[in-house]
Design a protein around this ligand. Structure first.
Ligand SMILES: [Zn+2]
Length: 544
């Protein structure tokens, strides 16, 4: 039986709750706990039933447990750490710790628990972290209704950098992205002096965005939401899809800002007039060219207060069972702080393919290098509520750890930005949006790929043979290509010089000490290639 780890302060309370049998507790007796990811993975299914997380950290989950459930886990010897009791109605925030000073200041401002390297949990009753903590701190509200499944897909669907010719339509539209319009929008947004959510300046900025989208001929609406005793407005513009209007791609960024004097001056040029300008610019270019899927251009508010606008939007979308296939969130794209012509794409396991597609399109259409960062625990922007709702979403950012020295200060102004760099990021986002929202020419990827491994051993030879087999594709397919890599997710070498007609492939003479990864694509009579199948590895041979 593993020991239950407890923090010192809730020890007595937890002991009472967990050890003493008593009458059924009212629902207010819930506990906010943390469970180690390994512990969660090994939970028996009856214990796991109904358990979802409100946040995923690097190696643990945060959950709200009823007293009854907590008791059952404790009785089964499941270790967990009680962080707080009666969480309902309290405002919990994840706070990013960059320096020792960040951590040092937290306990004097409210309740704080250091969760792991770089991350703390902070709360102060129902008070808003944004109104208590120094403006430099990155925060994300924890929403107690988030329902992240307590497991991570073991093998994310790997992207493949399929070399292909430029798509002429994508190229021509990318060429229309205008740096001067992006500059103008950033300047206009800075002109409101502050866009701190709850201020009149933020309201005016929302109205401005509404009218800019309307000028493009797009249907626009406000998506109102309450937060912290205020009213916030997301601005939503829609470009209806022509073939599959129910399927949506969301291009978004938050337009609110903050600083050390947020109620009077918060120019927020990089954070996040830059991303907002990107959303508006992509709308500008695409407005006359409807794609197969619907594209929604969404400017969120109250992100700086802890992601309130995007949480409201993603929640409503999930309740309405909206078919959102991808979310591209741009947040800070105009200060190339570490390596020029490079930026980060933050994704979770579910969004790994989307991130890979973004990376490939960024390089192909904008000449921009992007790092795919599989950081499912990174909640500090508007992609995070979409992850909670089970949608694929990426956050495009100049650097995952913002090094812009003007971050959340009154110095975050247009004059400090590199708008040429921002323009490249906008081109990359546009190309990716088109690639995703216009896929009808693409064949279905081969499915049901299974793999077997055999070792060939004689006095002079000891090698490995890998066999692949997959389901025949639907009509229209004339052949298949097989790709191999020695690293998960590629890059892959193409093994087939001409398309295979059958649905089997044997790869012989392999190094027995190396693990190989394979994907299969389908080809049609015009030579067009499908997206790759799910990657299989000879480590997990499934066919004997
Ligand atoms: Zn931001």
């Amino acid at each position: 039986m593993r020991p239950t780890r407890l923090l010192a302060w809730p020890l007595v309370l937890a002991a009472l709750l967990l050890v003493q049998p008593g009458p059924a507790a009212p629902s207010g007796e819930d506990l906010l706990v943390r469970i180690d990811a390994g512990e969660a993975a090994s939970l028996a299914s009856d214990l796991r039933d109904g358990l979802t997380a409100i946040a995923g950290l690097r190696s643990s989950w945060l959950l709200v447990l009823s007293e009854t459930k907590a008791k059952r886990l404790a009785e089964a010897g499941v270790g967990y750490e009680v962080l707080d009791s009666r969480p309902a109605g309290k405002a919990y925030f994840l706070v990013r710790l960059r320096t020792a000073e960040d951590w040092a200041v937290l306990p004097s401002l409210g309740r704080a628990v250091r969760l792991e390297e770089g991350t703390a949990l902070f709360w102060s009753g129902d008070r808003e972290a944004r109104e208590i903590l120094p403006s430099r701190m990155q925060i994300a509200r924890l929403f107690l209704d988030a329902g992240r499944p307590l497991s991570r897909p073991a093998e994310p669907v790997a992207p493949v950098a399929a070399p292909s010719d430029d798509d002429p339509l994508i190229s021509s539209l990318v060429a229309q992205v205008s740096q001067s319009r992006i500059v103008q929008t950033i300047s206009d947004l800075e002109g409101f002096r502050t866009r701190y959510a709850s201020t009149a300046g933020c309201e005016s900025a929302g109205s401005y965005l509404y009218s800019e989208f309307a000028k493009l001929g797009l249907a626009v609406e406000y998506d109102d939401f309450p937060f912290a005793g205020h009213n916030g407005r997301n601005v939503v513009a829609t470009l209806p899809g022509t073939l599959f209007p129910n399927r949506q791609v969301i291009v978004c960024g938050h337009y609110d800002s903050t600083s050390d004097v947020p109620s009077t001056l918060a120019p927020g040029a990089d954070d996040n007039a830059s991303g907002t300008a990107g959303v508006l610019e992509i709308a500008h270019v695409l407005a006359g060219t409807p794609l197969d899927f619907t594209v929604k251009f969404v400017c969120f508010s109250a992100e700086e207060w802890g992601l309130y606008g995007s949480k409201h939007y993603a929640n409503e979308a999930a309740i309405a069972q909206q078919d959102i296939v991808a979310v591209i969130n741009m947040d800070m794209i105009a200060y190339p702080d570490r390596v020029p012509h490079q930026f980060d794409i933050i994704c979770n396991e579910l969004s790994y393919y989307l991130a890979g597609s973004y990376r490939d399109n960024a390089l192909q259409y904008a000449g921009l290098k992007a790092n795919v960062m599989l950081f499912g625990y990174w909640p500090y922007s508007d992609h995070s509520p979409f992850w909670d709702a089970g949608y694929e979403a990426v956050c495009v950012i100049e650097n995952e750890d913002p090094l812009n020295p003007n971050y959340h200060t009154t110095n975050d102004t247009l004059s400090t930005l590199n708008t040429g760099y921002a323009t490249l990021a906008v081109k990359a986002s546009l190309a990716t949006t088109m690639d995703i929202a216009r896929p009808v020419e693409t064949l279905a990827a081969p499915s049901g790929v299974i793999i077997r491994t055999q070792f060939v051993r004689s006095l002079y030879l000891w090698t490995k043979t890998v066999g692949l087999r997959w389901n025949p594709n639907a009509e229209g397919v004339v052949g298949y290509h097989v790709y191999r890599s020695t690293t998960r997710g590629g890059p892959y070498d193409q093994l087939t010089t001409s398309p295979l007609e059958g649905t089997e492939y044997t790869d012989r003479g392999l190094d027995r000490s190396v693990t190989y990864y394979y994907v299969v694509t389908a080809l049609d009579a015009q030579g067009r290639e499908s997206r790759p199948s799910i990657e299989v590895s000879d480590k997990d041979a499934t066919w004997n």
